[in-house]
Design a protein around this ligand. Structure first.
Ligand SMILES: Cc1cc2nc3c(=O)[nH]c(=O)nc-3n(C[C@H](O)[C@H](O)[C@H](O)COP(=O)(O)O)c2cc1C
Length: 198
């Protein structure tokens, strides 16, 4: 698909059929994630890929609110949970070429572990669009994180920043709400050229 089309067509799709995904599509979506940039090339991320029906069913018990709001999201044949790994960044920047041997979090201008994991997730969203599929990123509620980690054996040092469904779009996908479709902020509202508000 043309690059402009991929960008323009990307939107969160919450309506899916249960048509299976070709294995090549699943692998292409997953393979796009680690192509993301990462601070110091730390690559402090991991991706829990759930495609077996029983694994996905188990996942949805921890995302019940989302499933209630958008029931056909459960049809999506692939759910990928993105996990950020802060320690990988603290370890990497404690190396001699970076020199932050105190591993102090106060040195970081922003939580790059979460940012980079988000960038990796965006690549999966875009790859799904390029494959002609739908995808949606959504958050997991804080009170679900501990039981979710336990259920899937995720180490405590990995933070689930959210999950992405990938699947074939339903024949009728709910239109984006007017609020979203019409209120994407204009370019000059968000880009400050040369100086803030000039
Ligand atoms: C960090 C983040 C968290 C989000 N959490 C949810 C969520 O919990 N549930 C949901 O349905 N959508 C969620 N979304 C999707 C947004 O609602 C959506 O991106 C926004 O409304 C713009 O619509 P669009 O992505 O279709 O253009 C999230 C998006 C981001 C980037």
């Amino acid at each position: 698909m043309d690059y402009e089309q991929v960008i323009r067509r990307r939107r969160m799709v919450r309506d899916y059929t249960d048509e299976p995904l070709a294995a090549s599509c699943v692998e292409r979506v997953l393979a796009s994630a680690p192509r993301a940039p990462s601070a110091g090339f730390s690559q402090g991320w991991a991706f829990l890929a759930l495609s077996e029906p029983e694994d996905r069913a188990r996942f949805w018990t921890f995302a019940a609110t989302q499933a209630e709001h958008s029931p056909s999201m459960r049809n999506a044949p692939l759910v990928v949970v993105s996990l950020s790994h802060k320690n990988a960044y603290l370890d990497r920047y404690a190396e001699p070429d970076k020199g932050w041997s105190d591993r102090a979090e106060s040195r970081w201008p922003a939580p790059y572990w979460d940012i980079d994991t988000g960038m990796a997730t965006l690549l999966m969203l875009l790859t799904a669009v390029d494959e002609g599929l739908g995808a949606c990123f959504f958050g997991l509620l804080p009170d679900q994180l501990i039981p979710f980690r336990e259920a899937f054996g995720i180490p405590a040092s990995y933070l689930p920043i959210g999950a992405t469904t990938v699947g074939h779009r339903a024949a009728v996908v709910a239109p984006q709400s007017d609020r979203i479709a019409q209120r994407r902020r204009p370019i000059d509202d968000v880009v400050h050229r040369g100086s803030w508000g000039r």
